[in-house]
Structures are given as C-alpha cells and as structure tokens.
Design a protein around this ligand. Structure first.
Ligand code: AMP
Length: 362
C-alpha cells in the first residue's frame, strides 16, 4: 500500500475540502466550510444526496469506482468523510492521493465493535462486559459466561439499533446470531444505566485537543430523540468524559471531530459504548450554543487550521425531527427554536429529517 499523504500546509480560503457521504452531516459540514471561505466537493453514491444542494461541487459515484474517486481526489486539497462505514479500500485509495482525515488507522477500530471496546479497555477505560461471537455455539457460551441478560450486536455496520437484539437466554443469543446471518458479532452485558451521555471532541494535526461540554442524551426506539446540555453529569463526570475522549483521540492519532457515547451507571461510572469517528447527532446544539460548532471545528481540523473555541455560551436542548414529524414544519417553524431541515426529498419512518435547538442563555 502506498504512503498516506499528510497535509503539508493548511488549506487556504478558496481551497476545496472533499467530503465522502452526502447526508445531513455532510450538508452541515459544507455549510460550515462555506462560512470559512472554503469550498466543498461532496462524493456520494446517493443520486439525491441532501449535501449536494449546498456544496460547490458534487460527484455521484460508487465508493468502489476508482476512476470517479481519482477524479474527486484530484479536485480536492484535503478529504474527510461524514459516515464511518466507508470501505477501507476507498479510504486507502484516496489517502494515497490526498490527505484524508481522520486517517484509515483511526477509522478501523471504530468500524468494529469488538476492536472498539478492546481499544477502550487497553486504554484503561471501562465498558460493559463483552464477548466475541463467531458461531451459534460461541453465542450460547458467551451468554453462559455473561450469566445475565445482554445485547447481541453485529461487529460491523450497525447503527440506530440495526443489527442489535436483546437476549435473555443462551437460546436467544444463538437465535440472534442466526438472525444476523452469521455475521461476526459481540454479546454485551445489558447496562441498567442512569442515563446516556456523549462527549464531542476535536484533535488537530499538532495534537491540540478541545472538547465540548458533554450532553445528556435520550434515545427512543434506538434513535437519538433529545440532547440536553448541561445534563445530569457532575463536574467530575464532565472532566472524566473529556479525559476519556482525550485518551482515545491521542491513541488514534486522530485528526478531526469525534464522539464517544457513554453510559452513566447508577453508581456514577462512565462506560464507553461507542466511538463515532465523525461529527455526531448529539453535537448539533453546538451550532447555536457554542462559538465554534462541531462542523466548523471538524473542517478546521481537516484543513489544518487552528481549532476554534469550544466555549458554550448558552444552555441548549436539541430535538430530532423524525419521519412524519417533518410534515408539520409550519408548527415547528413557529416554536421559536432554531430549525434545521435537511432537504431530504422523501419522508420515511425513522428517518432523521431535521432537528431543532432551543437555547436558554446562561
Ligand atoms: P449503539 O448502537 O450501541 O449505540 O446502541 C444504541 C442504543 O441502544 C444505545 O444508545 C442504548 O440506548 C441502547 N443500548 C445499546 N447497548 C446497550 C447495552 N449494553 N445496555 C443497555 N442499553 C444499550
């Protein structure tokens, strides 16, 4: 494999940032880049990608179309992505041509739940107990070792509760493995958490680190419903959450914004649930409540600019607008909150259509 390119000098205003993926995250990244005088080029395999509407250039192509990827790379000064399940081959192909951040080495452990949790443990962080499951027998054996109810999850390609099943017996665990069509999986202990939280942080190429105040998150049907900041975390837990993110960012030599999802247990422990190598839904409130949003921060990091201030000037509540709720945009527009609609052409059940943030000045 050829050497990954590194950014020698910052991308100056007028330069072009390539973004793989054209959903709402790519769209909000493109809008933030525009504010800094940077152009964006979105690459997506979706014909009608929401981010295409707000970017200077776009390419509609498959993630394994090397001719299209080569042309895209040639048109960009630096490249990033808005979702983690990009084929490794596409990332390496692009990285041989232009600086890609976060780099492929940082991406790999976040694409696999077993590697992700193992990384957390190797850094001295805490997670729910977990076991690798590669066969129906493994599933039953893992359940016996866990000794209580748990959650089966596919190692790869799970999101918003997809590829997950609650299990209360060895038979359930084996059945879930079969339902996952034998995909390599993990069995994880069920956490009876007090609440969920996340920490959104950024790391620049020179190792500079900055974290936002961690929000408390509430999920419904496995989809994020609401993020509230400040949430119920104590001052000590806020510091701990930020230091967890710093350890992970440093270990991955990470460049860009990332999110660590946490379970806060009833005894006050913070357990690492998931690491997302990208801007995150639970950080959308930073658009209105912080001097530098998570989107601008990510663009700054991948363009080689200094990180901006993560200072929060207001308390905030962010609610997702999901599926049919978007049809009621007139009511939503009159609530006094900051309304974001993602320009998706079709409403589908469970689809994130937009979000709304309310501020309470502190
Ligand atoms: P994940 O895809 O791992 O982030 O899971 C999505 C959501 O499912 C989490 O935010 C939790 O609300 C719930 N969940 C996942 N794993 C567990 C667990 N081990 N114990 C309790 N709830 C869980």
């Amino acid at each position: 494999m050829s050497e990954a390119k590194r950014l020698a000098t910052p991308v100056a205003p007028g330069g072009r940032i390539g973004i793989l993926g054209g959903g709402q995250l790519g769209r909000m990244l493109a809008l933030a880049a525009a504010r800094l005088g940077l152009k964006t080029h979105i690459y997506s395999d979706e014909r009608d990608a929401p981010a295409f509407q707000v970017a200077a250039e776009h390419t509609h192509g498959a993630y394994n179309d090397e001719a299209a990827l080569a042309k895209f790379a040639a048109a960009c000064d630096a490249i990033t992505f808005e979702f983690e399940n990009i084929p490794e081959t596409a990332v390496s192909f692009l990285a041989a041509r232009k600086p890609v951040n976060p780099n492929a080495r940082a991406l790999a452990p976040t694409q696999d739940r077993f590697a992700e949790k193992s990384l957390a443990i190797s850094l001295g962080l805490k997670t729910a107990p977990f076991f690798a499951v590669n066969s129906a027998d493994d599933a039953a054996e893992a359940f016996a070792r866990l000794g209580r109810h748990g959650v089966m999850k596919t190692r790869r390609f799970g999101y918003d509760g997809k590829g997950q099943a609650k299990v209360a017996s060895a038979e359930d665990a084996s059945r879930a493995f079969l339902a996952f069509k034998y995909a390599p999986s993990i069995l994880e202990g069920f956490v009876d958490f007090a609440f969920e939280a996340s920490v959104i942080a950024a790391r620049a190429g020179d190792g500079t680190f900055a974290a936002y105040d961690p929000p408390e998150n509430f999920h419904e049907h496995h989809i994020l419903r609401r993020s509230t900041v400040p949430g119920r975390l104590s001052a000590a837990q806020i510091d701990e959450a930020k230091s967890i993110a710093k350890k992970i960012g440093d270990a991955l030599d990470y460049i860009g914004v990332f999110c660590v999802e946490l379970f806060v247990t009833k005894s006050g422990e913070l357990l690492v649930n998931e690491i997302a190598p990208r801007v995150h839904n639970s950080g959308h409130w930073t658009l209105e409540a912080c001097l530098t949003s998570q989107f601008e921060q990510h663009i700054r990091a991948v363009a080689g600019w200094p990180l901006g201030s993560t200072k929060r000037h207001s308390d905030a509540v962010m609610e997702n607008i999901i599926g049919e709720e978007a049809a009621d945009w007139r009511t939503l527009a009159a609530t006094g909150g900051a309304l974001h609609l993602y320009g998706k052409s079709e409403i589908r059940p469970g689809r994130k259509m937009g979000h709304i943030t309310w501020l309470k000045s502190g």
